[in-house]
Each structure stands twice: as structure tokens, then as C-alpha cells.
Ligand binder design. Structure first.
Ligand code: ADP
Ligand code: MG
Length: 850
């Protein structure tokens, strides 16, 4: 108690000296600023400590007060000292001896040694003898001023507990740390002054009441106005001390603060002014000033309790702040540097937990059940390859071998196959599926759209029918015809004899089948009477269960998330999984988003492909583009015309496409054969249109963005995109990939009504870059990762603060996650328990573990 005793002693003395600030050499403020930390250590009770902190002795300004101010101020401290005395008496009669309480707290987690500059939070933690981690789970209504009604507003932001509230992170800060004298103020900048109120009154601005004040410091005075806030006038009594932060304007030759932030200069830490002020995401009915008051209270009282789950070696190696400090600093940073450090720590946490979860998931998949080791029968591969009109590229061969090597293993394959649009991923997938069926397992191929599923089905059936009648050189088919198949093929089920020991059965399962067709298919799949099933999401819906799923392939992975992957996985006996994507993303990012997967890349295009010539034109030149399309069509080629994207509604989009189709077929191309395709079309019609286009019965296909992925029409040479500015570069690159798929020169025409310099620049990039990865990176730069690649859809925990585009931090987190995982992959070591607990919170919230 010796520090508190000497505080009392000095204050007594100061009163005796007539509040002359002479009780201690150098003045009271200097003494307090130095001693406050020690004094705090004498305070055992949380409530008392909080009240003591509210006195804000660490930033006292006693010397600047007049005598009345000084009296009032010292009286406040005495009031607190009185409470402290009382509490001390109470503790002596308390049922739980102090010693016992301290022992109890020793079992809870202590903060690890601190790294950083600011001592406030850790000191705070030190001086609390009792730490109840349960307090963090308390509802936010324990914060003064948060009523149950206010709490429901926070529920909208997904905030229920104190812990959630501490993680209500500022979106940004307003920098009001530039403190100036009034004479130094400059118009057009955000600045802060500390001043005395001369006069404040209600004033009218254009018939509306507001507040006008004149405030002054020793260098001059300035007018401050608040529009629409007449009630403020009462808040600024003459001679009160006030801090004003905001934009300074020049009005009729005089400087003025317009609707600035303000705060009375009291004995509390400033939170609205004179610092980096946090700006929070708000919902209706929550006001910035209130929210700041509450976050300040939360950080002061609870930040120190947040358990730091990162092992200290990780923190040391990566030079990260301690978590309590980061949490406190992210709300009310000491300065810009601390704000950045706090953000870095919390961002690291997110990425680190993400990677650990992904690694654990991969390990679990591989371990949970032994996978199925397949026998690789080269004969069936040779038979299929023989029927293709091309030979595999070297990259395709390499990737095929990587996949075959995986399939031979008794643990499940989890592989991501990444390859530029048109690099020939499908054939690799089909070969892997054939290996699965040759091993008497079922295979599934899941595509993002029905159109694409149908295309895969038709293509694969085409090749299978050739392969089934082909005899490898040196092979002899059993004499006579192959045993006839008992079943009649239907639109969505086909049979091919001669490839495996029984007729190979392949089926198409899409949402548009009739219920009875679907049920029949479900039944057969369950019975094991279907070998390969191709479909859309319908494949992973409830009701579909496989007899013996051995390999699941998902095409165009960017549309599928971890969740879908895991539900597909649950369909089988730990099947091998192959996911394919044409969206090239930087390797580290791929390894994070798909960290549960091994990576194979087809980095070579089939020979003879030419770069698709790409031009960007303004609408007034559309006529020329139409003429160009007509010439191509009359020479036997085909073209796509893509209608602008209408994000709000598929129905509106369909309508726009229908109108465009009518216009084009009646006014522009009455002499040509046009087809129309959009997402909501009756499925049978869709299939019919695609078939006619593929067979050359149509010259031009007018379509919405449903055509974006995968569609393969080798005879199409022109891709015209209207409203091109509405699409992302990666998406445009996908469109472009639909043409120039054989030896013919392909053309891509981008039309945009918007002709702002940015639009022009962005679309010009399409003409410049033909490499998907380069375009993806540009897209990332221009549109940010949120739009480019929301983690939301991928089924990963949401990133609130980390940016996937911060490759450096991503890489650091990944390395640390791998190191930790190698040393203790089950997180069994005692020092990893907090981490383990945090991990399960983060992952269970957003995903189901398989
Ligand atoms: P993506 O990788 O975009 O899915 P696809 O598998 O649809 O590409 O293949 C694009 C086109 O290239 C198809 O028409 C396919 O038959 C053809 N193709 C695939 N591999 C080769 C190859 N090695 N040589 C020539 N053409 C190929
Ligand atoms: Mg494809």
C-alpha cells in the first residue's frame, strides 16, 4: 500500500500549500505520470482499478487548471481514496482469504512476456489478482450504457459477448492527432485544438437551428459551428475546456470548424479527438460517439483478459504484438505505427488459424479412413487416348502421371489441377475416372452449370463410344460381338461395352430431370449400377448416395468451396478428390485457399493455338463488329454474343437477353441463324440450343454469362461481350477462352458503354495480356480480393482484417503453420492448448468439419 499512502500524503500536503502545485518538486503532474504504474499495483479490486483509471492520472494536467479546477480535481481523487479505504476494510472481513484468491488465479493463463513498447495493458493485467476468463463470455449488456435494446442492434453485427465486442474492429481511423494552436490552423486540413469556450449559443443556419461557439486559446480564437445540433449549445458552458478535432474551412475570409468532433477536456483519456480516432462499422441506431465510449470501456476493462493463444516462439519469430495489447491498440492506437502493428498481429492470427485448419483438415481426410489404392490399367488409358483427335501435351502427360501416382496410394488423393482456359484439363479428369471404374469403383464429375455438365456428358460419351469398339494393336477381342448390353440407352444414361468387364454405364444427373427420372437415377447410383455420373450441384444434394464412390472430380473449382468438397467427400468411402480450376491465382494464395490440396499445374497450351485477337471498342462502332461477325458466319464460323451482366436479378438478365436476341435476329442478322441461352431457361431448351450450336445448326449464340466457364465449341471464332466493363478481367478471360479453341484465329470484341479512362485502361489490359495469371493479379490489384475471391463462398472462415493479397504475411503465416503442425500436428502439447481451443472456435463457426 505504500504507493497509495504516499499519494494520499502528497495530496494532503498540496491542499495545505494552497493548491500551488508545490507539494512535490517538478509539480504534481510529473510525479503522477511517473508513479501511476506503481500506484496501480497497489489496487487489487477490478472495479476500483477501473475507477482509478478513469481518473486518468497518467495524463493529468493539474498544472494548467485554475485554483477552483485544482480543488475540484483533488477532491475527486480523495473521493476515490475514500472508496479504496472502505474496500480495504471489507476485504479484511471477506470470506475468501487473499492468499487463496491469488492461488486460484495462478491456474489461469498468464500473459506471456511482452514484446512491445506500450506498457499499459500488461501492467493492467499484472495488477488484477483475479482473472475470470468467463467474463469475456458475458453478454455485452454488462457494459455500462448497453441496454438489451442496444444489444439487439449489435446482434446484427454478430456481436453478442464482450469477446465479440472486442473484435468489433475499426474500419479505419481518422487522424486527429495533429494538434495545433489556433493561430497555426490551416484551411483544408483535419486538425485538433485544445481551447476554452468563450461563448456557445443556438444559431440558425438556413432556417435550421444549430450550434455556434467561439473558442480560444492563447494564440487566438475561432468560430465552431454544428449544423442541426442545437442541443450542443448547452454542453459548452463558458470557460469550459474543450478539444475540437475536424476539418477547418475558410468562410468569408475567416477560418471555421464545421461540425467537428468534440470532447470536453476532463480527467479522462480522449477518445473522440486529438488522436487516431477509430471509425467502426455501424448499423442503424448506433452512433459513433456512443460506440467509441463502449469500445473504450471494453478495451480498458477486458482487453487484458483475452487469452493469447499464439505460442511465444511464433510471436517472437514473427515479431508480433501480444494479443491483449493488439486488441487494445487496434481500437485506440497510440500512433499510426501501433495501429499497423495491431492490425498485423490480428491479420496474422486469421491467416495462421486458416492455414492450421486447412492443414488439419487435409491430415484428417487422409488419416480418417484408409483411401482406396487403385490398380492403374494402362490399357484403358491407351484405348481412350487413341480415340482422341490429338495427343496429350507434355504438361498433360506430367499431370496425368502425378494423378495416377496418387491414385495408386492407399491414402485419398486431394489434388488441385490448375490450368489455363483451354489447356485441356477435361481429358485428364476423364482418364482418372476410367481408372476408378476399372477398379470397380464409381466416379463422379461435378460441373458448375448444367450446360457444362451436359457438354461433358456428350463429349465423354462420344469418345467412349469410339473407344469401346477400338482394339489396341496386338490385342484380340473375344471372338464375335461383345456381349450385347441388356439395357437401352436413354437421354441421360448410356452404356459402353468392351472397355471394362461389364458395360460401362455413364449417367447425367442434373436438377432439371423430372422427379421420377431423378429418383430412378438415385436408386441406380445407390445400387452401384452407374459407373460414372456427371452432374451439377444436384450430385451432392441429400438423397444422393453412392454405392462405392472412388473418385470425385469437381470442374471449375472457383465455384466450389471447401464445404461442397467435404459434402462430396462424405458421399464416398474416402474417395480420391480432384478439383480443377482455370482461375489462376498466385501459388501461396492457392495453397491457402486450397491448402488442403496438392497442386498440379498444366502450364502449356495444346500446339497450334493462336492468341485470341482482342479489341476494345466503343458502342458507336458496334456496326463494324456486327459486319465482322457476319463475314465470319458466312465463311462457316460461329460467334458468341454475351449480354451485359445484370447482377441484381437473373430474371431481369434473362429478359434483357431475350430482348437483345429479338433485336439481333430481326434487325441485325435476319439472314443468319441465331440461338438464345440464359440460366433460367427450361433445361431441355438449353440442351437443345447448345446441341444445335455445337452441331453448327446455329451461327450465333446470344447468351448471358452462363457461358462463362468451360463451354467448348471448337468452331466458334468470335466472342463479343457487350457491357464488358461489368465483368472482372478473369471472367472476361474465361469468355475469351471460349473461342480460338482449334487452329483457327479467334477474336474477342469487348464493347463498353462506359468510356471512363479507368474502364478503358482496364479493358485495354485484356488486349495486352493473354496470360490468365497476369490478368488475375491485375484484377486483384484493381478490384481487391473481396470481389475477386470472397472467402465466403469458399467455405473458409471469414477474414475480417487479413488481406489475401498480402502475400508476405500469408507466406509467413503459412510457414509458421507448417512448422507448428510438423512439431505437434494434433496440438497436444500443453502450451498449444489455447491455440487448439481458438482453432476449434474459428472453424466450427463457419464450417462443418468432415
Ligand atoms: P479446359 O482446360 O479449359 O477445361 P478443355 O479440357 O475443355 O480445356 O480442352 C479445350 C479444348 O482443347 C478441347 O476441345 C479439347 O478437346 C482440346 N484439347 C485438349 N487437349 C489437347 C491437346 N493435347 N491437343 C490438342 N487439343 C487438345
Ligand atoms: Mg474445362
Amino acid at each position: 500500500m505504500k504507493y497509495i499512502d504516499s499519494l494520499r500524503h502528497i495530496l494532503d500536503f498540496e491542499c495545505k500549500k494552497g493548491y500551488s502545485n508545490k507539494a512535490v518538486i517538478g509539480g504534481l503532474d510529473k510525479y503522477l505520470h511517473k508513479q501511476v504504474g506503481q500506484i496501480r499495483q497497489d489496487i487489487g479490486d477490478r472495479q476500483l482499478l477501473a475507477e482509478f483509471d478513469n481518473l486518468n492520472l497518467a495524463n493529468s494536467n493539474y498544472g494548467s487548471f485554475d485554483i477552483n479546477g485544482r480543488k475540484k480535481w483533488i477532491a475527486q481523487i480523495f473521493a476515490w481514496l475514500g472508496k479504496f479505504e472502505q474496500a480495504k476494510k471489507d476485504t479484511l472481513t471477506s470470506p475468501l482469504p487473499l492468499k487463496e484468491r491469488n492461488r486460484k488465479s495462478a491456474t489461469t493463463t498468464h500473459p506471456p512476456p511482452r514484446l512491445a513498447m506500450n506498457t499499459r495493458v500488461t501492467e493492467m493485467a499484472k495488477s488484477y489478482p483475479e482473472r475470470k476468463s468467463a467474463a469475456l463470455d458475458s453478454p455485452i449488456t454488462v457494459i455500462k450504457g448497453i441496454t438489451p435494446r442496444v444489444a439487439t442492434k449489435f446482434t446484427k453485427l454478430n456481436i453478442r459477448t464482450i469477446h465479440d465486442f472486442l473484435y468489433l474492429l475499426p474500419r479505419r481511423y481518422v487522424d486527429y492527432s495533429q494538434r495545433k494552436h489556433i493561430s497555426e490552423l490551416e484551411a483544408g486540413q483535419e486538425q485538433t485544438i485544445i481551447a476554452t469556450v468563450w461563448q456557445a449559443r443556438v444559431a440558425t443556419f438556413g432556417y435550421r437551428p444549430g450550434t455556434e461557439a467561439i473558442v480560444a486559446d492563447e494564440t487566438g480564437n475561432i468560430r465552431v459551428v454544428w449544423f442541426n445540433q442545437p442541443y450542443l449549445a448547452k454542453r459548452f458552458p463558458t470557460n469550459s475546456r474543450v478539444v475540437i478535432s475536424g476539418m477547418v474551412y475558410q468562410f468569408k475570409g475567416l477560418k471555421v470548424f464545421e461540425s467537428p468532433e468534440w470532447e470536453m477536456l476532463e480527467d479522462k483519456e480522449l477518445i473522440h479527438t486529438a488522436r487516431l480516432v477509430p471509425v467502426y462499422p455501424l448499423t442503424q441506431g448506433l452512433y459513433p460517439r456512443q460506440v467509441r465510449k463502449w469500445t473504450k470501456e471494453a478495451t480498458d476493462n477486458w482487453a487484458w483478459q483475452v487469452g493469447d493463444f499464439l505460442p511465444s516462439e511464433v510471436k517472437n519469430r514473427c515479431q508480433l504484438l501480444n494479443l491483449p495489447e493488439a486488441v487494445a491498440q487496434i481500437h485506440y492506437p497510440d500512433d499510426q505505427l501501433m495501429a499497423e502493428e495491431a492490425i498485423r498481429r490480428l491479420a496474422f492470427d486469421e491467416l495462421f488459424l486458416l492455414q492450421l485448419g486447412v492443414l488439419a483438415r487435409k491430415r484428417d481426410w487422409q488419416k480418417s479412413q484408409p483411401g482406396n489404392a487403385f490398380n492403374v490399367d494402362r490399357k484403358i488409358i491407351a484405348m481412350y487416348l487413341h480415340c482422341l483427335p490429338f495427343t496429350l501435351t507434355r504438361a498433360q502427360e506430367r499431370v496425368l502421371e502425378e494423378i495416377l501416382a496418387d491414385l495408386k496410394q492407399p491414402s485419398a488423393m486431394s489434388r488441385l489441377l490448375q490450368g489455363e482456359v483451354g489447356s485441356g484439363k477435361t481429358v485428364i479428369a476423364v482418364l482418372a475416372l476410367l481408372i476408378a471404374v476399372a477398379n470397380n469403383y464409381q466416379g463422379a464429375l461435378m460441373a458448375p452449370t448444367e450446360v457444362l455438365a451436359e457438354q461433358h456428358f456428350n463429349n465423354i460419351c462420344g469418345y467412349l463410344s469410339q473407344a469401346s469398339t477400338y482394339t489396341l494393336p496386338g490385342e484380340v477381342r473375344p471372338a464375335g460381338e461383345p456381349p450385347p448390353c441388356q439395357e437401352e440407352p436413354t437421354d441421360n444414361i448410356r452404356y459402353y461395352t468392351g472397355l471394362i468387364s461389364h458395360p460401362l454405364t455413364i449417367a447425367l444427373l442434373v436438377g432439371s430431370l423430372s422427379d421420377s427420372e431423378k429418383q430412378e437415377l438415385h436408386h441406380r447410383i445407390k445400387q452401384g449400377k452407374i459407373d460414372i455420373v456427371i452432374g451439377t450441384h444436384a450430385l451432392i444434394q441429400k438423397g444422393v448416395s453412392f454405392h462405392k464412390l472412388g473418385l470425385a472430380v469437381t470442374d471449375e473449382q472457383q465455384r466450389f468451396g471447401v464445404l461442397q468438397r467435404s459434402s462430396l467427400r462424405q458421399k464416398g468411402f474416402n474417395p480420391h478428390i480432384l478439383v480443377m480450376t482455370a482461375t489462376p491465382i498466385p501459388r501461396t494464395m492457392a495453397l491457402t485457399l486450397y491448402g488442403d490440396l496438392d497442386l498440379s499445374i498444366i502450364d502449356e497450351m495444346p500446339p497450334g493455338r493462336q492468341q485470341v485477337k482482342t479489341i476494345y471498342i466503343e458502342p458507336q462502332h458496334t456496326e463494324k463488329a456486327y459486319n465482322f461477325i457476319r463475314r465470319q458466319a458466312t465463311s462457316g464460323k460461329q460467334a458468341f454474343i454475351i449480354c451485359p451482366l445484370i447482377e441484381e436479378s437473373e430474371i431481369l438478365e434473362a429478359k434483357a437477353a431475350t430482348t437483345e436476341y429479338a433485336y439481333l435476329s430481326q434487325e441485325i442478322f435476319p439472314d443468319l441463324r441465331l440461338g438464345l441461352l440464359y440460366g433460367r431457361m427450361p433445361p431441355g431448351d438449353k440442351e437443345k440450343v447448345m446441341r444445335s450450336f455445337r452441331e453448327g445448326a446455329l451461327d450465333i449464340l446470344v447468351s448471358t454469362s452462363v457461358i462463362e466457364v468451360g463451354i467448348d465449341i471448337p468452331n466458334a471464332t468470335v466472342m463479343m461481350v457487350e457491357g464488358a466493363d461489368r465483368f472482372g478481367l478473369s471472367q472476361l478471360h474465361q469468355f475469351r477462352g471460349r473461342v480460338g479453341r482449334n487452329k483457327e484465329q479467334g477474336y474477342c470484341i469487348l464493347i463498353s458503354e462506359k468510356s471512363s479512362p479507368e474502364t478503358r485502361k482496364r479493358l485495354q489490359l485484356m488486349a495486352e495480356f493473354h496470360n490468365g495469371l497476369a490478368l488475375a493479379e491485375k484484377d486483384l490489384e484493381l478490384r481487391g480480393p473481396g470481389e475477386f475471391f470472397g472467402t465466403h463462398q469458399s467455405g473458409l472462415p471469414d477474414l475480417k482484417i487479413a488481406k489475401l493479397s498480402d502475400l508476405q504475411l500469408l507466406e509467413l503465416a503459412r510457414q509458421e503453420a507448417i512448422t507448428l503442425f510438423q512439431g505437434d500436428s494434433n496440438l497436444e502439447k500443453p502450451e498449444h492448448q489455447p491455440l487448439r481451443e481458438r482453432l476449434s472456435q474459428v472453424w466450427s463457426k463457419d464450417t462443418e468439419w468432415s
